[in-house]
Design a protein around this ligand. Structure first.
Ligand SMILES: CC(C)(COP(=O)(O)OP(=O)(O)OC[C@H]1O[C@@H](n2cnc3c(N)ncnc32)[C@H](O)[C@@H]1OP(=O)(O)O)[C@@H](O)C(=O)NCCC(=O)NCCS
Length: 321
């Protein structure tokens, strides 16, 4: 006899690391899941020419998980390891399998990986209007704090003094990576985004802009540029940027943003995109002054329920997507 509701336990679900052979289907599910949730007319083409799945898997295949249900790919999750800080996402499940606890099956080993990596603070970016999303992540100890704004503006051509990581020789690149690590550590102990700088260089996703002071690094920005990166066609997306804590941090932040815009202009890109947590209030206000406007906003959820580096005097751009 047909049952009116299938039991949530009936499917045979397993979770394992993502393999190269999973990429095409994982990417299809990622697009369809977001496209369906957001009501896009053609969910399969959601996200256009922005790439997240293949690039993140290549950057760290150990940090991508898939769930299989009854032998077919059902969903995936990506983890990002930034030293003592980690975040996860995009987390996606095939829409016809929603509410069967598949996301939770992916999240349990995600938490195990964070623990293995010694991640002290973890976070995520999610839809502030969705009780389901907030409730799901609360089950894993994440709590909503401030909004994160995803902002954009047109590119104005600007002169800039910034240096490019890709133009350095190998020894200078190593020195630059150490300087970036030192800078982020001074903002939040153990924060280390050098894996992003390497991924951008190795996969030719964009450029890292460096602003040197007299004897140390003042600021840097990891930018994705154009099609096949997280920016998409015509855009420069500041994936992570930071200014060393200093009395003139606001001025340095402006110089850094000039450097990013100059890079975009040089590559013929027309749109800047940057995300900022609203508790980084000085950075947020400066983006507003530079005529960035919010396109979408989500909420940052934290584990433990502490600000980590989302604090008013921190000049950092990132959004944990
Ligand atoms: C978000 C997504 C990954 C969740 O996957 P899923 O497999 O449907 O999620 P699960 O079934 O494991 O968990 C759903 C949980 O949401 C929670 N939930 C749902 N509605 C809720 C509500 N109104 N209040 C509180 N919690 C709620 C419950 O805890 C529920 O689990 P339970 O039934 O065991 O109690 C999936 O819907 C998806 O792919 N969405 C589109 C892409 C997306 O939004 N990704 C996440 C971006 S941050």
């Amino acid at each position: 006899m047909a049952m009116p509701f299938e039991s949530k336990q009936e499917m045979d679900v397993s979770v394992r690391p993502m393999r190269e052979a999973d990429l095409v289907e994982a990417r299809r599910i990622f697009r369809v899941a977001f496209g369906t949730f957001l009501g896009a007319p053609d969910p399969e083409s959601f996200f256009g020419d922005r790439e997240y799945v293949i690039t993140r898997w290549k950057a760290n295949p150990q940090a991508a998980l898939v769930a299989e249900a009854d032998g077919r790919l059902a969903g995936s999750n990506f983890l990002t390891r930034w030293g003592s800080f980690g975040f996860f996402g995009p987390l996606t499940v095939r829409p016809e399998l929603w509410n069967r606890r598949i996301a939770q099956r992916l999240l349990a080993p995600t938490m195990d990986l964070f623990a293995q990596w010694g991640v002290r603070d973890a976070g995520l970016f999610t839809f502030a209007h969705s009780p389901k999303h907030i409730g799901l992540y609360q089950k894993f100890g994440f709590w909503p704090r401030f909004l994160t704004a995803i902002m954009s503006k047109g590119v104005d051509r600007r002169e800039a003094q910034a240096h490019k990581y890709s133009a350095l020789n190998e020894a200078d690149q190593d020195q630059a990576l150490s300087a970036c690590r030192k800078l982020t550590d001074s903002i939040h102990e153990g924060l280390d985004v050098t894996s992003e700088i390497r991924a951008v260089k190795d996969q030719d996703l964009g450029e890292t802009v460096l602003l040197w002071g007299n004897d140390s690094l003042d600021a840097f920005a990891v930018c994705h540029c154009g099609e096949g990166s997280e920016a998409g066609r015509d855009a420069c997306y500041i994936k992570f940027a930071a200014v060393r804590p200093a009395s003139d941090a606001e001025r340095l932040f402006d110089y850094l943003l000039d450097g990013c815009e100059a890079l975009a202009a040089e590559r013929g890109l027309r749109r800047m995109e940057a995300g900022v947590n609203l508790n980084r209030s000085r950075a947020y206000r400066q983006l507003l002054r530079r005529r960035f406007r919010t396109d979408i906003q989500g909420v940052a959820m934290h584990r433990p329920d502490l600000p980590a580096y989302n604090r008013p005097n921190v000049f950092v751009i990132d959004d944990w997507r």
